[in-house]
Design a protein around this ligand. Structure first.
Ligand SMILES: *[C@@H]1O[C@H](CO)[C@@H](O)[C@H](O)[C@H]1NC(C)=O
Ligand SMILES: *[C@@H]1O[C@H](CO)[C@@H](O)[C@H](O)[C@H]1NC(C)=O
Ligand SMILES: *[C@@H]1O[C@H](CO)[C@@H](O)[C@H](O)[C@H]1NC(C)=O
Ligand SMILES: *[C@@H]1O[C@H](CO)[C@@H](O)[C@H](O)[C@H]1NC(C)=O
Length: 456
């Protein structure tokens, strides 16, 4: 009898859970998902969701651009995730992208175009206490408006803030003192620091929206959104150049970091993608930097090659990498590609993965055009950007599930391995692949299912 009961429970559980899955339908064709993965739409109706992060109690915090920060309680198993109990955590319409939280869940960092704010946060009630403190100011601009935040887990009290320029090709960024197109490091325990007072980690970075720290060795990486409409020697070459870039910045805790303060080329030098379409390319290779100018640009190519830091990887032009998140072992770097507008056929519009080796570096070479492997993509990109999701922010829950926001459609997806398994099996609770409340609801469903079977 007991054996029979257990058997019944075991047989019913997958079906019972499957039936509890939210089934939301997108307004565009169902995404294609690479084999070995599972992705599910779990929320709709948000206002331009951008950065997301989980607090220490497993609640999901999301920046809704134009509204502020909202929080959701999260329940469910595998990819059958339900978001509930939505709360406004910070009602500030100026917040537009950046979000970070300390591992103890007590301090929340968010950003507007002008300011980085720090809030005291209580994860049990999903609320902030008191006013936000302006810890970094002086960042206003009219273009390239995100201020990505990365709180180092390897070095104490280091907050990395990435800031774009003020135009597509902003020549004022050749001056390091203008504080634009840069990534700077701050002590987040201090108040009211001007952006230009931070330590320059890297500059000459047009708009490095994605910034991540490799948990394996502390290496910091950024993804640069490169320029549109570029010309060289009077020829338009913007369709397949310049490359989007993955740049390496060394380790924050390395007091002799050779990359600290390096210039990565913008606005003078750009990564090459399609050599065939670059006039007077000479010996230029994919991934090397070249100059743009109206005449004789090639005379400056050696400056770009020798005096500017080259990207570690290049991606197809205009794919627009926005967020970067490593898995716990530093073996996979996930990237959202917001998608193109400045080329004939839409590209990007996916979440892809970049493989990293045990040396803390990508396994692909800097001349590779195959560094990105798509996981979830729009199945019909000819409708993009109109009828497509546009990946923006990424966040891990404690069960190793990856969440992705799509700002244009106001949606959130969850991504796991096939069969509902953790995408990152190094996360502490990954083996259970369900959070506490989920285990409880799973049990409840099983009990109800058993009672139901008994009736038959
Ligand atoms: C920040 O510093 C810049 C340049 O150093 C200066 O132009 C700007 O006025 C400062 N902003 C504030 C708010 O102090
Ligand atoms: C590079 O440019 C050539 C010439 O226009 C074109 O045929 C080819 O498809 C392009 N390749 C890539 C990867 O952009
Ligand atoms: C380009 O190079 C040619 C040959 O070296 C030279 O005659 C010409 O003046 C250069 N043009 C510009 C604008 O520098
Ligand atoms: C793809 O989208 C385009 C533009 O929205 C549409 O015309 C076309 O029919 C779609 N193709 C398929 C196979 O659904």
């Amino acid at each position: 009898m007991l054996a029979e009961l257990l058997f019944t429970i075991a047989a019913l559980q997958p079906r019972a859970l499957a039936q509890s899955c939210p089934s939301l339908t997108a307004s565009y064709p169902a995404p294609s998902v690479a084999s070995g993965y599972e992705a599910r739409l779990i929320a709709q109706g948000l206002t331009k969701p951008r950065g997301i992060i989980f607090d220490n109690k497993g609640n999901l915090l999301v920046v809704e651009r134009g509204n502020g920060v909202s929080a959701f309680a999260v329940s469910g198993t595998g990819s059958c995730i339900t978001l509930s109990e939505k709360k406004t955590v910070v009602g500030d319409g100026s917040l537009n992208h950046g979000i970070e939280i300390t591992d103890d869940g007590k301090t929340l960092y968010v950003s507007s175009v002008e300011t980085v704010f720090k809030y005291d946060y209580d994860s049990s009630s999903m609320t902030t206490k008191g006013q936000g403190k302006a810890i970094i100011t002086g960042m206003t601009s009219n273009d390239l408006l995100t201020r990505t935040l990365l709180l180092s887990r390897k070095s104490k009290n280091k907050l990395v803030v990435s800031r774009g320029g003020n135009d597509n090709i902003d020549l004022s960024t050749v001056d390091i003192n203008n504080g634009m197109s840069q990534i700077r490091i701050f002590d987040p325990t201090k108040d009211s620091q001007n952006y230009t007072a931070g330590t320059t980690l890297g500059w000459g970075l047009r708009n490095a929206v994605g910034v991540a720290e490799n948990p394996k060795d502390g290496g910091v990486w950024s993804a640069e959104n490169n320029a549109d409409n570029i010309e060289r020697d009077g020829f338009e070459i913007h369709e397949n150049n310049p490359a989007e870039e993955l740049n390496y910045h060394g380790k924050l805790d390395d007091s002799n970091n050779p990359l600290l303060g390096k210039n990565y080329g913008y606005p003078l030098c750009y990564g090459a993608w399609n050599i065939t379409e670059i006039p007077s390319a000479g010996t230029l290779q994919i991934g090397q930097q070249f100059a743009i100018a109206e005449n004789n640009a090639t005379t400056q190519d050696s400056f770009c090659r020798n005096d500017r830091q080259a990207p570690r990887l290049v991606f197809q032009p205009h794919t627009s990498p926005l967020d970067l998140k490593f898995d716990g072992k530093g073996e996979n770097l996930y990237v959202t590609l917001h998608g193109s507008w400045n080329r004939h056929d839409p590209v990007g519009y996916s979440v892809s993965v970049i493989k990293f080796g045990s040396d803390g570096q990508p396994t692909e070479s800097s001349t590779s055009t195959k560094a990105l492997s798509p996981i979830i993509s729009n199945s019909n990109t000819s409708g993009c950007p109109g009828s497509c999701f546009r990946p923006a922010g990424l966040g891990w829950d404690r069960n190793g599930r990856l969440y992705m926001t799509s700002d244009s459609t106001g949606e959130i997806y969850v991504i796991v391995k096939a069969g509902g398994k953790a995408l990152d099996d190094s996360r502490p609770a990954a083996s259970a692949a369900s959070s506490n409340s989920n285990a409880l609801s799973g049990l409840l469903i099983t009990v109800l299912a058993c009672a139901f079977v008994w009736f038959l």
